[in-house]
Design a protein around this ligand. Structure first.
Ligand SMILES: [Zn+2]
Length: 872
């Protein structure tokens, strides 16, 4: 699963000349922008803006509303692996989709055997649907009780362990989750998708909804004749009769229920192939034109993954179906990934956010997650940590070391930020309310990936990649636990990895290092002190043990030293004939840790200029930025930072330089403007514009009109160049910085412009929300409530509206209305925004969130509400 959100829609070929004049001055630049005219829908937003709708700023008073006390502030419980009494071998699901009613009518036949003991009844998971009839393999009617999401079927004859039986369940209704109707047009859905992870398959078919039970599947879908379907495995039959199409899919590889999938709807398709494997990309027509370009990495990903795992792509086809209102970025259903349509970006959107990462992540899951599945959720890092690290390895192969190491470091920063305080826990963890709770805290994805990266360092590439192939080869088609990986890596390396896995996977936390060094010229030694300073909270080890790579660079050469750390304090002596230019601890960033160090400015300058480790340069740039604030050192660091901004080979380093130069004085304006106009990377352009904003805010207060005009000229030029949607949004931010509330007309004048999935409007809504103009809440409200608006824009508008909601009863009430939106991501965002407002005593909000808590079937929404109630 991938949580990331993406963007996209084609930019019109029609062009219109627009003139944008910030209200501050009639003499400001007249800029011609070539864009399509506003659509009726977007025009409506602007009309609303000009109606000067503004929300009264009344603060809520006491209201006569009883505070609901529905929110269950219980503790998460440990979950032991489930010992099911049956082992399902095969599911045959025959499902009729009734889109007009948002309902299904289905028959599910399960073939299974008893395990452990003799059974006279069988218990299945099934929620939210009505069971009509249950029969056995011979067609005999069976008694059943369906209550509390459990279907208990009385068998006609006792079933001894190992005996095989069949149950046929006729059922139907309107699924509340698991199977979703989406893409409404004229009141009727245009497509259907399922989402089983973590345990939502039993909301659309009766099953043993555990990741440890693997079965083959056959899925027969009846749907409108103009619809197309995708499911696991191979399409073995497709029959169209009067108004109806019936597709039959068969998946011969056993897999858990959460990977069972059905996507069906009015899709357009792009077909290609990799090495004889058919590749199918599907999306609603509006997005179909971007399927090929957005999913272009698919074949290369399958090639790479087949090579690195030592096992060719294991299924008969690979499809990626893009659907609307998908709750995550993507889901690795077996041989048939589902993606959010926002993954389909145009060129501008891809410059902001490359969908390749998502494509490779879900492809990697076809091995790690689908072919080898975590046996229970406590080991889910084996799914997500591998998918995350394999995606980085693909970047290493295709983009090089800088991109790879940047990704590893970014993941490390996310992990260390998430694994703190009350959220500290080991990677292997069984304590949760819903297994989805394990997914989004930095541990499972990023924490898993950086530990695999460290294991690669400990074992070396040869043993690590051999171990990877052994792990895949020996466990294909099985449920896996962390010890299976340890065994494979031990087999490959001959190293006892018990202590390694105990420390990194069953113990919480990570080392926090403080290091210093000095040169002892008399003894020709570098004295390096290494201290672990992590607090011993929640069982965090006082001293982690690991090897570390230290690099000593002198004028005559570079030496690398692999040192062993196993104490809280070390003082290492490293021979060096001359005083080093730098000493780099944990060169190349192999350790899952935080590291702080103090260095002379000269050392940071040397690292920034020529370290071949991109993260060394990034850290050095930040240190140089801190020196910019000091009058005494400013002259020494300004020129190097400007040179790095213009010339470092890594976009991540240039981003860091652009950010630091915000405090570099007026001489930085033109170099930052040049980066904003012409850097190859949108991230650098955005960072440069962000720093120019700082100059803009200063010019707004004490600058001259000429200075303001010069900065606005840069913003207009960048906006007009339309390099990427985020770049354009950042340009609007610069206008807002210079003109404050007077930028309202400027932004409203361009908010009508179309972008593929509303990402420009999302950017502009975020900029509008920073203004204090009283018309802003009205515009944001109109945007947030507009069902026809792209979710990205509505979410940004809701976020902006939340800024005003603290002081406005009406803004809070309007935001509360969004709790009933059909768009899952917008609803999730709304819950989080309202939960954050729960600081204050507010009976209406308390009741609204309590009521939503009762009705919500989303674990993430429920966790956000619980957290808000817990902190009151
Ligand atoms: Zn994933």
């Amino acid at each position: 699963m991938h949580s990331r959100r993406k963007s996209m829609r084609p930019v019109s070929q029609r062009r219109l000349v627009r003139t944008i004049v910030p209200s501050d001055s009639a003499r400001l630049l007249l800029v011609r922008l070539q864009f399509e005219p506003p659509t009726a829908m977007t025009a409506r937003i602007v009309v609303a803006a000009h109606l000067l709708i503004c929300l009264p700023g009344c603060v809520s008073g006491p209201a006569d509303v009883a505070v609901a006390d529905a929110v269950e502030l219980t503790r998460a419980e440990p979950h032991a692996p489930v010992q099911a009494s049956i082992d399902v071998q095969h599911y045959a699901i025959d499902i009729e989709l009734r889109p007009a009613e948002r309902a299904i009518a289905a028959v599910c036949t399960l073939r299974f055997h008893a395990q452990g003991r003799t059974l006279d009844q069988v218990s299945l998971d099934l929620a939210g649907l009505t069971v009509e009839r249950v029969t056995d393999g011979a067609g005999a009617e069976l008694g059943f009780v369906h209550a509390d999401d459990e279907l208990v079927v009385m068998l006609a004859e006792p079933l001894a362990p190992g005996d095989v039986a069949e149950i046929r369940v006729e059922y139907g209704g309107s699924p509340r989750k698991g199977l979703w109707f989406a893409g409404d047009a004229g009141g009727a859905p245009t497509h259907v998708f399922t989402q089983g992870e973590c345990e939502d398959a039993h909301w659309w078919f009766p099953c043993v909804d555990e990741p440890g039970d693997r079965a083959t599947t056959e899925l027969c879908v009846t749907m409108p004749a103009h619809w197309t379907s995708v499911a696991a495995g191979e399409l073995i039959e497709s029959v169209t009769t009067a108004g109806t199409r019936r597709d039959r899919w068969r998946m011969p590889t056993p897999h858990p229920t959460y990977l069972t999938t059905l996507v069906a709807g009015a899709f357009e398709e792009h077909r290609t192939e990799w090495d004889g494997i058919p590749l199918r990309f599907l999306a609603p027509a509006q997005w179909a034109g971007r399927l090929e370009s957005s999913l272009a990495a698919t074949a290369a990903a399958l090639e790479f993954l087949s090579e690195v795992t030592g096992r060719r792509y294991p299924y008969s086809k690979y499809s990626q179906a893009c659907v609307q209102n998908f709750p995550f970025g993507g889901m690795e259903n077996i041989s048939a990934t589902t993606l959010a349509v926002e993954a389909l970006s145009d060129e501008r959107g891809r410059r902001d956010s490359d969908p390749t990462e998502l494509v490779v992540h879900e492809a990697a899951h076809q091995w790690f997650g689908d072919l080898l599945t975590c046996a229970d959720w406590s080991h889910v890092w084996l799914n997500e940590g591998f998918a995350t690290y394999l995606t980085m390895l693909f970047a290493e192969r295709t983009l090089g070391q800088d991109a790879f190491r940047t990704a590893v470091r970014d993941a490390l920063d996310e992990y260390t930020a998430g694994d703190r305080g009350a959220n500290r826990r080991p990677l292997v963890w069984s304590v949760y309310k819903d297994p989805l709770d394990l997914f989004f805290g930095g541990h499972t994805y990023q924490g898993g990936a950086v530990r695999l990266h460290h294991l690669r360092f400990v074992l070396g590439d040869e043993a690590f990649f051999r171990g990877l192939r052994i792990y895949v080869g020996e466990n294909a088609g099985r449920g896996v636990v962390t010890d299976d990986l340890a065994a494979a890596m031990e087999e490959a390396s001959g190293v006892n990895l018990g202590p390694f896995f105990e420390q990194w996977f069953y113990s919480p936390g990570y080392p926090e290092f403080e290091t210093r060094w000095r040169y002892d010229a008399g003894r020709q030694r570098v004295l390096l002190s290494v201290n672990q300073v992590q607090a011993l909270e929640r069982g965090t080890p006082a001293a982690f043990s690991m090897p570390v790579l230290v690099e000593v660079k002198t004028a005559t050469g570079t030496s690398s030293h692999r040192l062993a750390i196993d104490q809280r304090r070390h003082l290492f002596e490293i021979p060096s004939e001359t005083e080093p230019e730098w000493v780099r601890f944990d060169k190349y960033g192999w350790i899952p840790c935080r590291h702080s160090t103090e260095k002379e400015l000269s050392e940071w300058l040397a690292i920034a200029a020529s370290d071949d480790d991109v993260n060394g340069r990034r850290d050095a740039v930040r240190a140089l930025g801190a020196a910019l604030a000091d009058e005494g050192s400013r002259a020494d660091v300004l020129a190097p930072l400007l040179s790095i901004l213009a010339g470092d080979s890594s976009a991540a380093v240039r981003v860091a330089a652009a950010a630091e130069l915000a405090q570099g004085g007026a001489g930085c304006i033109e170099p930052l403007a040049e980066s904003a106009r012409s850097d190859a990377a949108a991230t650098v352009r955005v960072a440069a514009l962000g720093s120019l904003e700082a100059f803009g805010r200063r010019a707004a207060v004490r600058g001259t009109r000429k200075q303001r005009e010069a900065l606005t000229a840069i913003a207009n030029e960048v906006f007009e160049a339309r390099f990427s949607w985020d770049t354009m949004g950042a340009a609007a931010g610069l206008v807002a910085a210079v003109y404050g509330d007077k930028a309202f007309e400027w932004i409203v004048g361009v908010i009508t412009l179309e972008s593929p999935n509303g990402e420009l409007r999302a950017n502009l809504a975020a900029q509008l929300a920073r203004l204090d103009d009283p018309r802003v809440p009205g515009v944001l409200l109109d945007l947030a409530l507009q069902e026809s608006e792209p979710p990205l824009a509505r979410i940004a508008a809701a976020r902006g509206l939340a800024r005003f909601a603290r002081g406005s009863r009406r803004a809070r009430d309007e935001l509360t209305k969004l709790l009933s939106t059909a768009n899952g991501k917008l609803r999730q965002e709304t819950v989080q925004l309202l939960a954050a407002l729960m600081d204050e005593e507010d009976p209406e909000l308390t009741q609204a969130l309590s009521a939503h808590y009762e009705s919500s079937v989303s674990p993430r929404e429920r966790r956000a509400i619980e957290a808000s109630f817990a902190k009151r």
